[in-house]
Design a protein around this ligand. Structure first.
Ligand code: MF3
Ligand code: CO
Length: 270
């Protein structure tokens, strides 16, 4: 049985590993498809988390977040929920809570990370609650386009910095800021592998992409400044320092022989 090759710290996955990660990513996409209809005023983020966790367990998977310990830079203690749910000025790693109730006008990121057959998929999307403001909707649209522009850079022999260049040139030209403290990452065998994938970088910098690499791109875009603030109470929730709205979309991407495959795109899973 072959295992992935390590190229300067970045794993080159084998065909068997890619097949396993593809399946984990398909289940992860199904979670994000399924959860949309439950995102309504009055539901708590903890209830949403339970619904997603039960769905994944029913399909033979489990959360990659539960008991995840993060690293020194973010998170403290083991994480206890299936997903991260990040509302309004929360950038990422929002911890689902019983007393956090969705209300009309909220925007939220649902970040699902799923283990299936020992392999890991990771993706997130934005959802709107009832009617949201035009400025919130524009932020969501720009963040989605930022991810798409980043993904468009992925092909063999391109540089990881090209992703961050495409994202930051676009978002900053429209007056938004790109969060610098958190990055995308290699994914599939471990939850967070090499390399860190920067969402703001000079063109032509960092490592070279090669077929068989799998990593996330997950730009966090703010209406205000890029600075972040970690919640001292839970040690996980990351908010904008200035209280401005923030949005994020994430996919897990495979570098193929000719370009890329979006592993967490919606498939006919169920
Ligand atoms: N899902 C996040 C990511 O995109 C990581 C969350 S780690 C957790 O990388 F422990 F907070 F869940
Ligand atoms: Co991720």
């Amino acid at each position: 049985m072959s295992t992935s090759r390590n190229l300067r710290g970045i794993l080159i996955k084998t065909p068997e590993e890619i097949a396993g990660i593809r399946a984990a990513c398909a289940l992860n996409a199904a979670v994000l498809d399924m959860i949309g209809e439950y995102i309504q005023p009055g539901i708590s983020t903890e209830e949403l988390d339970h619904i997603a966790n039960n769905f994944v367990l029913k399909h033979g998977g489990k959360s990659a977040c539960i008991d995840y310990r993060g690293n020194n830079a973010w998170g403290s203690g083991g994480y206890s929920k299936y997903a991260c749910i990040s509302l309004n000025d929360t950038i990422c790693h929002g911890v689902p809570r019983k007393d956090e109730i969705l209300k009309d006008g909220d925007i939220l990121n649902f970040d699902a990370s799923t283990i299936l057959g020992g392999y890991i998929g990771d993706a997130s999307r934005m959802y709107t609650v009832g009617n949201v403001s035009q400025k919130a909707q524009s932020l969501i649209d720009v963040t989605k386009k930022s991810l798409d522009l980043g993904i468009a850079q992925v092909r063999p022999w391109a540089k990881f910095g090209d992703i961050g260049y495409a994202i930051s040139q676009y978002a900053e030209s429209l007056g938004y800021s790109v969060v610098r403290d958190y990055t995308g990452h290699g994914v599939g065998i471990q939850f967070h592998e090499e390399p860190a994938v920067y969402h703001r970088a000079p063109k032509g910098t960092w490592a070279t992409m090669m077929p068989g690499m799998i990593f996330t791109i997950e730009p966090m875009i703010n209406i205000g400044g890029y600075m972040t603030k970690l919640d001292p109470k839970d040690g996980w929730t990351v908010r904008t320092k200035d209280g401005s709205l923030s949005a994020q979309f994430e996919h897990s991407i495979l570098v193929t022989d000719t370009g890329h495959e979006i592993l967490t795109a919606t498939k006919n899973f169920v």
